[in-house]
Design a protein around this ligand. Structure first.
Ligand code: ADP
Ligand code: MG
Length: 416
Protein backbone atom coordinates (compact mmCIF):
# COMPACT_ATOMS: atom_id res chain seq x y z
CA UNK A 1 0.00 0.00 0.00
CA UNK A 2 1.36 3.47 -0.79
CA UNK A 3 1.63 6.22 1.81
CA UNK A 4 -1.55 8.28 2.16
CA UNK A 5 -1.11 11.78 0.87
CA UNK A 6 -1.91 14.68 3.14
CA UNK A 7 -4.07 16.00 0.28
CA UNK A 8 -6.66 13.34 1.11
CA UNK A 9 -6.91 14.28 4.81
CA UNK A 10 -9.79 16.25 6.29
CA UNK A 11 -7.98 18.55 8.69
CA UNK A 12 -10.46 21.37 9.19
CA UNK A 13 -10.61 22.46 12.84
CA UNK A 14 -8.54 19.41 13.79
CA UNK A 15 -5.19 19.42 15.55
CA UNK A 16 -2.55 17.95 13.27
CA UNK A 17 0.83 16.88 14.63
CA UNK A 18 3.43 17.54 11.95
CA UNK A 19 6.87 15.90 12.32
CA UNK A 20 9.12 18.04 10.13
CA UNK A 21 12.82 18.61 9.62
CA UNK A 22 14.03 21.65 11.58
CA UNK A 23 17.69 20.58 11.90
CA UNK A 24 19.15 23.59 10.09
CA UNK A 25 22.67 25.09 10.07
CA UNK A 26 22.96 27.85 12.68
CA UNK A 27 25.28 30.82 13.13
CA UNK A 28 25.52 33.99 15.23
CA UNK A 29 24.54 37.55 14.33
CA UNK A 30 26.68 40.59 15.22
CA UNK A 31 25.16 40.78 18.71
CA UNK A 32 25.88 37.11 19.35
CA UNK A 33 22.31 35.83 18.98
CA UNK A 34 21.92 32.39 17.46
CA UNK A 35 20.33 32.62 14.00
CA UNK A 36 19.49 30.27 11.13
CA UNK A 37 22.39 30.34 8.66
CA UNK A 38 20.75 28.35 5.88
CA UNK A 39 16.99 27.92 5.64
CA UNK A 40 16.80 25.39 2.77
CA UNK A 41 15.25 22.68 4.92
CA UNK A 42 12.64 25.13 6.22
CA UNK A 43 11.80 26.26 2.69
CA UNK A 44 11.10 22.66 1.76
CA UNK A 45 8.49 22.09 4.51
CA UNK A 46 6.59 25.31 3.83
CA UNK A 47 4.14 23.71 1.34
CA UNK A 48 2.93 21.24 3.98
CA UNK A 49 2.71 23.84 6.75
CA UNK A 50 0.96 26.34 4.50
CA UNK A 51 -1.49 23.74 3.26
CA UNK A 52 -2.38 22.80 6.85
CA UNK A 53 -2.84 26.44 7.84
CA UNK A 54 -4.94 27.31 4.79
CA UNK A 55 -7.11 24.23 5.37
CA UNK A 56 -7.81 25.50 8.89
CA UNK A 57 -5.90 22.88 10.81
CA UNK A 58 -4.38 23.68 14.18
CA UNK A 59 -0.83 22.54 13.60
CA UNK A 60 1.53 21.29 16.28
CA UNK A 61 5.04 21.12 14.82
CA UNK A 62 7.60 18.65 16.13
CA UNK A 63 11.26 18.69 15.13
CA UNK A 64 14.74 18.12 16.50
CA UNK A 65 18.01 20.02 16.43
CA UNK A 66 21.36 18.18 16.64
CA UNK A 67 21.99 15.64 19.39
CA UNK A 68 21.36 17.35 22.75
CA UNK A 69 21.85 15.52 26.03
CA UNK A 70 18.82 16.72 27.96
CA UNK A 71 17.43 20.25 28.07
CA UNK A 72 20.20 22.33 26.41
CA UNK A 73 19.42 25.99 25.63
CA UNK A 74 22.15 26.10 22.94
CA UNK A 75 20.13 23.59 20.95
CA UNK A 76 16.79 25.33 21.39
CA UNK A 77 14.48 25.48 18.37
CA UNK A 78 13.60 29.10 19.21
CA UNK A 79 15.64 30.70 16.37
CA UNK A 80 14.36 28.07 13.92
CA UNK A 81 10.72 28.70 14.89
CA UNK A 82 11.32 32.44 14.55
CA UNK A 83 12.69 31.94 11.02
CA UNK A 84 9.77 29.70 10.15
CA UNK A 85 7.37 32.48 11.21
CA UNK A 86 9.35 34.97 9.07
CA UNK A 87 9.15 32.67 6.03
CA UNK A 88 5.42 32.20 6.58
CA UNK A 89 5.04 35.96 7.14
CA UNK A 90 3.16 35.32 10.38
CA UNK A 91 3.46 37.00 13.75
CA UNK A 92 5.68 35.11 16.20
CA UNK A 93 5.03 34.73 19.90
CA UNK A 94 7.11 32.85 22.45
CA UNK A 95 5.09 31.02 25.08
CA UNK A 96 7.28 30.90 28.17
CA UNK A 97 6.74 30.90 31.94
CA UNK A 98 5.41 34.49 31.83
CA UNK A 99 2.53 33.70 29.47
CA UNK A 100 -0.66 32.35 31.04
CA UNK A 101 -3.03 32.44 28.07
CA UNK A 102 -2.82 32.65 24.28
CA UNK A 103 -3.38 36.14 22.96
CA UNK A 104 -6.41 35.98 20.70
CA UNK A 105 -6.06 37.71 17.37
CA UNK A 106 -8.04 37.37 14.16
CA UNK A 107 -5.00 36.35 12.13
CA UNK A 108 -3.03 33.09 12.53
CA UNK A 109 0.19 33.06 14.55
CA UNK A 110 3.27 30.98 15.06
CA UNK A 111 3.70 30.18 18.77
CA UNK A 112 6.88 28.73 20.15
CA UNK A 113 6.38 26.59 23.25
CA UNK A 114 9.58 27.14 25.21
CA UNK A 115 8.48 24.95 28.11
CA UNK A 116 7.68 21.25 28.50
CA UNK A 117 4.62 20.38 26.37
CA UNK A 118 3.59 17.90 29.08
CA UNK A 119 3.02 20.65 31.68
CA UNK A 120 -0.65 21.35 32.45
CA UNK A 121 -0.36 24.93 31.22
CA UNK A 122 1.18 23.92 27.89
CA UNK A 123 -1.55 21.35 27.31
CA UNK A 124 -4.23 23.92 28.10
CA UNK A 125 -2.73 26.50 25.73
CA UNK A 126 -2.26 23.95 22.94
CA UNK A 127 -5.98 23.12 23.22
CA UNK A 128 -6.69 26.81 22.81
CA UNK A 129 -5.09 27.19 19.34
CA UNK A 130 -7.22 28.75 16.62
CA UNK A 131 -7.64 27.08 13.22
CA UNK A 132 -4.71 28.23 11.10
CA UNK A 133 -2.39 28.67 14.09
CA UNK A 134 0.95 26.91 14.26
CA UNK A 135 2.54 25.81 17.53
CA UNK A 136 6.18 24.76 17.42
CA UNK A 137 7.30 22.54 20.30
CA UNK A 138 10.82 22.73 21.78
CA UNK A 139 13.51 20.32 20.45
CA UNK A 140 11.95 16.85 20.78
CA UNK A 141 15.38 15.36 21.53
CA UNK A 142 15.47 17.31 24.79
CA UNK A 143 13.35 14.36 25.95
CA UNK A 144 15.47 11.20 26.30
CA UNK A 145 12.28 9.16 25.73
CA UNK A 146 12.24 10.29 22.07
CA UNK A 147 15.13 8.04 21.14
CA UNK A 148 14.11 5.20 23.45
CA UNK A 149 10.96 4.10 21.68
CA UNK A 150 8.90 4.98 24.79
CA UNK A 151 5.25 3.94 24.54
CA UNK A 152 4.23 6.34 27.29
CA UNK A 153 5.94 9.28 25.64
CA UNK A 154 4.27 8.40 22.35
CA UNK A 155 0.86 8.47 24.07
CA UNK A 156 1.63 11.87 25.62
CA UNK A 157 2.46 13.24 22.19
CA UNK A 158 -0.50 11.58 20.49
CA UNK A 159 -2.85 13.13 23.06
CA UNK A 160 -1.99 16.56 21.66
CA UNK A 161 -3.65 15.94 18.30
CA UNK A 162 -5.99 13.93 16.09
CA UNK A 163 -3.93 13.44 12.92
CA UNK A 164 -0.24 12.75 12.28
CA UNK A 165 1.72 13.88 9.26
CA UNK A 166 5.40 13.18 8.59
CA UNK A 167 7.30 15.51 6.29
CA UNK A 168 10.79 14.76 7.55
CA UNK A 169 12.61 12.73 4.88
CA UNK A 170 15.98 13.24 6.57
CA UNK A 171 14.92 11.29 9.66
CA UNK A 172 12.87 8.40 8.23
CA UNK A 173 15.81 6.01 8.43
CA UNK A 174 15.72 6.12 12.26
CA UNK A 175 13.96 2.99 13.49
CA UNK A 176 13.42 3.84 17.16
CA UNK A 177 12.43 7.47 17.37
CA UNK A 178 9.03 8.03 18.89
CA UNK A 179 8.05 11.04 16.78
CA UNK A 180 8.88 9.11 13.58
CA UNK A 181 7.59 5.62 14.41
CA UNK A 182 5.43 4.92 17.44
CA UNK A 183 3.52 8.21 17.25
CA UNK A 184 2.52 7.39 13.67
CA UNK A 185 0.94 4.11 14.78
CA UNK A 186 -1.28 5.86 17.34
CA UNK A 187 -2.99 8.32 14.98
CA UNK A 188 -4.37 8.39 11.42
CA UNK A 189 -1.16 9.08 9.47
CA UNK A 190 -0.21 10.84 6.26
CA UNK A 191 2.87 11.75 4.24
CA UNK A 192 3.65 15.44 3.83
CA UNK A 193 4.37 16.95 0.43
CA UNK A 194 8.15 17.04 0.78
CA UNK A 195 8.33 13.40 1.84
CA UNK A 196 6.08 12.49 -1.10
CA UNK A 197 8.26 14.41 -3.52
CA UNK A 198 11.49 12.80 -2.28
CA UNK A 199 10.10 9.28 -2.49
CA UNK A 200 8.55 9.85 -5.91
CA UNK A 201 11.86 10.99 -7.42
CA UNK A 202 14.08 8.50 -5.63
CA UNK A 203 11.79 5.53 -6.33
CA UNK A 204 12.07 6.27 -10.04
CA UNK A 205 15.86 6.38 -9.84
CA UNK A 206 15.88 3.13 -7.85
CA UNK A 207 13.54 1.25 -10.19
CA UNK A 208 14.21 2.64 -13.65
CA UNK A 209 17.29 4.85 -13.79
CA UNK A 210 18.33 6.14 -17.17
CA UNK A 211 21.62 4.45 -17.94
CA UNK A 212 24.54 4.76 -17.62
CA UNK A 213 23.82 5.44 -13.95
CA UNK A 214 26.87 6.90 -12.20
CA UNK A 215 27.56 7.46 -8.52
CA UNK A 216 30.04 10.12 -7.47
CA UNK A 217 31.11 9.42 -3.92
CA UNK A 218 33.44 11.25 -1.53
CA UNK A 219 33.45 12.73 1.96
CA UNK A 220 34.53 11.27 5.26
CA UNK A 221 31.57 9.52 6.84
CA UNK A 222 33.16 6.22 5.96
CA UNK A 223 30.86 3.60 7.47
CA UNK A 224 27.77 5.26 6.05
CA UNK A 225 29.34 5.82 2.63
CA UNK A 226 30.75 2.29 2.36
CA UNK A 227 27.42 0.70 3.24
CA UNK A 228 25.65 2.90 0.71
CA UNK A 229 28.24 2.24 -1.93
CA UNK A 230 27.90 -1.54 -1.72
CA UNK A 231 24.10 -1.24 -1.82
CA UNK A 232 24.02 1.19 -4.72
CA UNK A 233 26.65 -0.77 -6.68
CA UNK A 234 23.94 -3.39 -7.23
CA UNK A 235 21.86 -0.82 -9.06
CA UNK A 236 24.29 1.57 -10.75
CA UNK A 237 26.75 1.09 -13.63
CA UNK A 238 29.83 2.77 -12.21
CA UNK A 239 31.21 4.72 -9.27
CA UNK A 240 33.85 7.45 -9.22
CA UNK A 241 35.48 7.76 -5.85
CA UNK A 242 37.15 10.73 -4.11
CA UNK A 243 37.54 12.21 -0.61
CA UNK A 244 38.37 10.14 2.43
CA UNK A 245 36.71 7.11 0.91
CA UNK A 246 39.28 6.99 -1.91
CA UNK A 247 42.03 6.99 0.72
CA UNK A 248 40.40 4.01 2.36
CA UNK A 249 40.47 2.09 -0.92
CA UNK A 250 44.17 2.85 -1.32
CA UNK A 251 44.75 1.41 2.14
CA UNK A 252 42.77 -1.65 1.08
CA UNK A 253 45.14 -2.02 -1.86
CA UNK A 254 48.13 -1.85 0.47
CA UNK A 255 49.28 1.66 -0.44
CA UNK A 256 51.00 3.94 2.06
CA UNK A 257 48.68 6.91 2.73
CA UNK A 258 50.87 8.78 5.22
CA UNK A 259 48.95 11.03 7.58
CA UNK A 260 45.75 10.97 5.52
CA UNK A 261 42.46 10.70 7.30
CA UNK A 262 41.80 6.97 7.33
CA UNK A 263 39.96 4.34 9.32
CA UNK A 264 41.81 1.05 9.46
CA UNK A 265 38.77 -0.79 10.88
CA UNK A 266 36.99 -0.40 7.55
CA UNK A 267 39.70 -1.98 5.39
CA UNK A 268 38.13 -5.45 5.25
CA UNK A 269 34.82 -4.03 4.07
CA UNK A 270 36.59 -1.90 1.46
CA UNK A 271 38.51 -4.94 0.21
CA UNK A 272 35.25 -6.87 -0.19
CA UNK A 273 33.71 -4.07 -2.22
CA UNK A 274 36.77 -3.86 -4.45
CA UNK A 275 36.78 -7.60 -5.02
CA UNK A 276 33.06 -7.84 -5.80
CA UNK A 277 32.69 -4.77 -8.01
CA UNK A 278 36.17 -4.09 -9.39
CA UNK A 279 35.03 -3.33 -12.93
CA UNK A 280 32.53 -0.68 -11.79
CA UNK A 281 34.85 1.27 -9.46
CA UNK A 282 37.17 4.10 -10.52
CA UNK A 283 39.81 5.39 -8.09
CA UNK A 284 41.79 8.62 -8.50
CA UNK A 285 44.90 8.21 -10.67
CA UNK A 286 46.59 11.21 -9.05
CA UNK A 287 46.11 13.08 -5.77
CA UNK A 288 46.89 16.45 -4.18
CA UNK A 289 48.90 16.04 -0.99
CA UNK A 290 50.44 18.30 1.67
CA UNK A 291 52.21 17.89 4.99
CA UNK A 292 49.15 19.54 6.55
CA UNK A 293 46.29 21.64 5.11
CA UNK A 294 48.00 24.79 6.46
CA UNK A 295 51.45 24.18 4.95
CA UNK A 296 50.85 25.67 1.51
CA UNK A 297 54.46 25.32 0.40
CA UNK A 298 54.29 21.55 0.83
CA UNK A 299 51.37 21.08 -1.60
CA UNK A 300 52.15 18.80 -4.56
CA UNK A 301 50.43 16.45 -7.00
CA UNK A 302 51.54 12.84 -6.95
CA UNK A 303 50.59 9.26 -7.82
CA UNK A 304 48.46 7.59 -5.12
CA UNK A 305 51.17 5.00 -4.41
CA UNK A 306 53.85 7.67 -3.95
CA UNK A 307 52.49 9.48 -0.89
CA UNK A 308 55.23 9.92 1.72
CA UNK A 309 54.68 9.13 5.42
CA UNK A 310 54.63 12.86 6.34
CA UNK A 311 51.97 13.76 3.78
CA UNK A 312 48.19 13.58 3.66
CA UNK A 313 45.85 13.23 0.69
CA UNK A 314 43.57 16.27 0.51
CA UNK A 315 42.07 16.33 -2.99
CA UNK A 316 41.89 14.45 -6.28
CA UNK A 317 44.49 15.52 -8.88
CA UNK A 318 44.14 17.12 -12.36
CA UNK A 319 44.47 13.85 -14.34
CA UNK A 320 41.70 12.36 -12.22
CA UNK A 321 39.48 15.40 -12.79
CA UNK A 322 39.95 14.90 -16.54
CA UNK A 323 39.24 11.19 -16.42
CA UNK A 324 36.21 11.56 -14.11
CA UNK A 325 34.84 14.40 -16.26
CA UNK A 326 34.73 12.05 -19.25
CA UNK A 327 32.84 9.47 -17.22
CA UNK A 328 30.37 12.10 -16.00
CA UNK A 329 29.80 13.25 -19.60
CA UNK A 330 28.68 9.75 -20.59
CA UNK A 331 26.24 9.28 -17.71
CA UNK A 332 22.46 9.74 -17.98
CA UNK A 333 21.87 9.60 -14.23
CA UNK A 334 24.38 11.01 -11.73
CA UNK A 335 24.09 10.65 -7.96
CA UNK A 336 26.48 12.78 -5.90
CA UNK A 337 27.22 12.17 -2.22
CA UNK A 338 30.32 13.59 -0.55
CA UNK A 339 32.93 16.21 -1.56
CA UNK A 340 36.02 15.09 -3.52
CA UNK A 341 38.46 16.79 -1.13
CA UNK A 342 38.86 19.17 1.79
CA UNK A 343 36.89 21.76 -0.20
CA UNK A 344 36.53 24.23 2.69
CA UNK A 345 40.19 25.07 2.00
CA UNK A 346 40.53 26.67 -1.46
CA UNK A 347 43.77 24.79 -2.20
CA UNK A 348 41.93 21.49 -1.97
CA UNK A 349 38.63 22.51 -3.55
CA UNK A 350 39.54 22.01 -7.23
CA UNK A 351 38.17 18.47 -7.53
CA UNK A 352 34.88 19.32 -5.85
CA UNK A 353 34.52 22.55 -7.82
CA UNK A 354 35.34 21.11 -11.25
CA UNK A 355 33.21 17.98 -10.90
CA UNK A 356 30.44 19.81 -9.03
CA UNK A 357 30.13 22.38 -11.82
CA UNK A 358 30.13 19.72 -14.52
CA UNK A 359 27.58 17.65 -12.59
CA UNK A 360 25.32 20.71 -12.30
CA UNK A 361 25.72 21.81 -15.92
CA UNK A 362 24.74 18.37 -17.24
CA UNK A 363 21.69 18.21 -14.98
CA UNK A 364 18.23 19.16 -16.26
CA UNK A 365 18.66 17.80 -19.74
CA UNK A 366 21.79 15.84 -20.50
CA UNK A 367 21.54 13.74 -17.37
CA UNK A 368 19.37 13.45 -14.27
CA UNK A 369 21.36 14.90 -11.36
CA UNK A 370 20.64 14.14 -7.69
CA UNK A 371 22.73 15.27 -4.73
CA UNK A 372 22.40 14.92 -0.97
CA UNK A 373 24.35 15.26 2.28
CA UNK A 374 25.01 18.33 4.42
CA UNK A 375 28.52 19.02 3.14
CA UNK A 376 27.69 18.16 -0.46
CA UNK A 377 24.84 20.67 -0.38
CA UNK A 378 27.18 23.22 1.24
CA UNK A 379 29.64 22.72 -1.64
CA UNK A 380 26.81 23.14 -4.16
CA UNK A 381 25.74 26.31 -2.40
CA UNK A 382 29.31 27.62 -2.49
CA UNK A 383 29.36 27.03 -6.26
CA UNK A 384 25.97 28.71 -6.65
CA UNK A 385 24.66 25.94 -8.92
CA UNK A 386 21.84 24.52 -6.78
CA UNK A 387 19.13 25.75 -9.16
CA UNK A 388 20.61 23.74 -12.04
CA UNK A 389 20.41 20.36 -10.33
CA UNK A 390 17.37 18.14 -10.84
CA UNK A 391 16.99 17.08 -7.23
CA UNK A 392 18.66 18.21 -4.03
CA UNK A 393 17.69 15.70 -1.38
CA UNK A 394 17.01 17.00 2.13
CA UNK A 395 18.24 13.73 3.63
CA UNK A 396 21.78 12.53 2.94
CA UNK A 397 21.56 9.27 4.90
CA UNK A 398 17.93 8.60 3.98
CA UNK A 399 18.73 9.21 0.30
CA UNK A 400 21.65 6.78 0.28
CA UNK A 401 19.71 4.08 2.08
CA UNK A 402 16.66 4.52 -0.13
CA UNK A 403 18.77 4.22 -3.28
CA UNK A 404 20.46 1.13 -1.83
CA UNK A 405 17.05 -0.51 -1.94
CA UNK A 406 16.65 -0.54 1.85
CA UNK A 407 13.12 -0.04 3.22
CA UNK A 408 13.10 3.01 5.50
CA UNK A 409 11.11 2.42 8.72
CA UNK A 410 9.61 5.92 8.88
CA UNK A 411 8.19 5.47 5.38
CA UNK A 412 6.98 1.90 5.93
CA UNK A 413 5.06 2.91 9.06
CA UNK A 414 3.03 5.39 6.98
CA UNK A 415 1.95 2.67 4.56
CA UNK A 416 -0.64 0.85 6.68
P1 ADP B 1 28.24 14.77 3.28
O1 ADP B 1 27.91 15.66 4.45
O2 ADP B 1 28.04 15.46 1.97
O3 ADP B 1 27.55 13.44 3.35
P2 ADP B 1 30.69 13.90 4.60
O4 ADP B 1 30.17 14.45 5.87
O5 ADP B 1 30.85 12.43 4.50
O6 ADP B 1 29.82 14.44 3.35
O7 ADP B 1 32.14 14.53 4.30
C1 ADP B 1 32.33 15.91 4.09
C2 ADP B 1 33.67 16.36 4.58
O8 ADP B 1 34.69 15.57 4.01
C3 ADP B 1 34.00 17.78 4.20
O9 ADP B 1 34.12 18.54 5.38
C4 ADP B 1 35.34 17.67 3.47
O10 ADP B 1 36.24 18.70 3.80
C5 ADP B 1 35.86 16.37 3.95
N1 ADP B 1 36.86 15.73 3.08
C6 ADP B 1 36.71 15.29 1.83
N2 ADP B 1 37.85 14.77 1.35
C7 ADP B 1 38.78 14.89 2.33
C8 ADP B 1 40.16 14.52 2.46
N3 ADP B 1 40.82 13.95 1.46
N4 ADP B 1 40.77 14.78 3.63
C9 ADP B 1 40.09 15.36 4.65
N5 ADP B 1 38.80 15.71 4.60
C10 ADP B 1 38.15 15.49 3.45
MG1 MG C 1 28.64 15.79 6.43
Amino acid sequence: MPMKSLKTADVKNKTVIARVDLDTPLGKDSSGNIIVRDDYRLQRILPTIQWLASHKAKTVVIGHLRRPKGWDKDKSLLPVAQTMADLLKLKFIVIDEKVERLPHYDIPHVFFFAEDFRAEKSKRLLKDLNPGDIAVLENIRFYPEEEKDSEEFARELASLGEIYVNDSFATVYHANQVSIMRLATLLPHYAGFELEKETKILSQVLATPERPYLMMIGGVKLSEKLAAMSGILNHCDSVIVGGGIATLFYLAQGYEVGKSLAEKSKIVEAKDILRNYKSKIHLPVDVVVARSPEEEKSIRVTKPDEVSPEEMILDIGPETIKKYSEIIREAKTVLWSGPMGLFENKHFAHGTKALGRLFASRSQGLSFGIAGGGDTLAAIKMLGVGEDIDHLSTGGSSMLQYLSGIKLPGIEVLKD
